[in-house]
Ligand binder design. Structure first.
Ligand SMILES: NC(=O)c1ccc[n+]([C@@H]2O[C@H](COP(=O)([O-])OP(=O)(O)OC[C@H]3O[C@@H](n4cnc5c(N)ncnc54)[C@H](O)[C@@H]3O)[C@@H](O)[C@H]2O)c1
Ligand SMILES: [Zn+2]
Ligand SMILES: [Zn+2]
Length: 383
């Protein structure tokens, strides 16, 4: 089969690899028809993780079931399915409590919890930017999609990661109707957090970035765009909130947060959030932070540490919640919003491309080239 493999910093190839196949009776085999490139892939693409060359990328996957293992009961050949990026078992203590991003059995590395397809440090699973994908524990990990899945796959594929993750940010930040919400980052995750906050009846949603095309996307759904290259984003938020700060804050950037000139400061968005969220406000950090960053420029962060304005954070009585999204907590309900009430998370998609276009797509999305807000690769067509 054809697949997108990591070949080294800023290099991916589309190569022929052995077909994915069923390995256990509980597996499902999917012919992939939509596989997104994610901001998380870029940390790997840029060589900032220990992702092994030769591995297949892709954790936001949707497709048609072509084969099921002998122990699969529910999922059937021909079903259109979308997989959470988390690979989880369903029977460990964390999965039983809905914490599927921290599954205790699917990541064989000692001291780790949680697994994903084609992802550094998250188990041996291959990614779905390929013609075929092996889905472990298929009954648990496949969301079977409604009958309009073939026509609306760009909406449904957002259920694999970015929409649930954006929703998770609003959940961790405890967004209530009427709240004001500040979101750092207008990438796909930040845009989905804004979309989710508005669906949850936030009274005002401010989105911060320095890419005009991404800020324009935020404005399309009724959020207030804040350009941090023009003046201090904190000042701009305080001005819009009578000097008090927003009720809730979401970090949707991660450890490669940078100033408008491109210098990285891993603590930048965290401290900006402490300053631009009100006393007692909740801050959700869904942007990715990693335990070590050996080649990063920030001496402290090379060992995973960041200098947080802890005194201010403490004095303000704020709360900070973090981590990967437990996609299964939300994907069924968000699927119903697409199917029943016409939610259109595909509004962020800028490019529908063939698998062969992946090298260019990675380069352009990584450069945050104007207009490249979200890429969906199509290894196959829905049958
Ligand atoms: N927690 C989870 O489960 C989960 C899931 C998916 C993605 N992620 C992470 O979420 C983050 C965002 O993902 P994405 O796909 O939107 O990525 P992205 O890289 O496309 O978007 C990040 C955006 O942040 C902006 N940015 C950079 N520095 C900034 C700053 N100082 N202030 C404001 N904005 C700034 C960039 O210009 C960019 O538009 C990544 O770190 C990704 O790994 C986490
Ligand atoms: Zn993702
Ligand atoms: Zn588990």
């Amino acid at each position: 089969m054809k697949a997108v493999v990591y070949e080294g910093p800023r290099k991916v190839g589309v190569v022929t690899v052995p077909d994915a196949r069923l390995e256990r009776h509980t597996d499902v085999l999917v012919r992939v028809t939509a596989a997104n490139i994610c901001g998380s892939d870029l940390h790997m693409y840029e060589g900032r993780t220990d992702f092994e060359p030769g591995r297949i990328l892709g954790h936001e996957n949707l497709g048609e079931v072509v084969e099921v293992g002998a122990a699969v009961d529910r999922v059937r050949v021909g079903d259109m399915v979308c997989m959470p990026f988390n690979v989880s078992c369903g029977f460990c203590a964390n999965c039983e409590n809905g914490l599927t991003a921290f599954c205790l059995t699917t990541n064989p590395e000692p001291g780790r919890a949680g697994a994903a397809y084609g992802y550094a440090g998250m188990g041996p699973y291959q990614g779905g930017q390929a013609e075929l994908l092996r889905v472990p524990y298929g009954d648990f990990n496949c969301l079977v999609l409604p009958e309009d899945a073939r026509e609306r796959q760009n909406d449904y594929v957002m259920l694999a990661d970015v929409w649930p993750t954006g929703w998770h940010a609003t959940e961790l930040a405890r967004v209530q109707p009427g709240d004001t919400v500040v979101i750092y980052g207008a990438g796909p995750v930040g845009l989905m957090a804004a979309y989710s906050a508005l669906l949850r009846n936030a009274s005002g949603v401010m989105v911060i970035d320095h890419h005009p095309d991404r800020l324009a996307k935020a404005e399309e759904i009724g959020a207030i765009a804040i350009d941090d290259s023009v003046s201090s984003p904190v000042e701009q938020v305080l001005e819009l909130t009578e000097g008090l700060g927003a009720d809730r804050g979401c970090e949707c950037v991660g450890f490669q947060a940078h100033d408008a000139e491109g210098s990285e400061h891993p603590s930048m968005t965290l401290n900006n959030l402490v300053k631009s969220v009100k006393f007692t406000g909740c801050i959700a950090v869904v942007g990715l932070f990693v335990p070590t960053d050996p080649i990063g420029g920030d001496a402290l962060y090379r060992r995973g540490a960041v200098a947080i304005d802890y005194g201010t954070f403490w004095s303000k009585g704020q709360t900070m919640s973090t981590g990967q999204c437990n996609v299964k907590n939300y994907n069924r309900q968000l699927c119903a919003l697409i199917h029943e009430v016409g939610a259109r998370p595909s509004w962020i998609v800028s490019h529908d491309l063939d698998l062969d276009d992946a090298p260019e797509a990675y380069a352009r999305f990584d450069a945050r080239d104007r207009g490249w807000t979200k890429v969906v690769l199509h290894p196959g067509k829905p049958g």
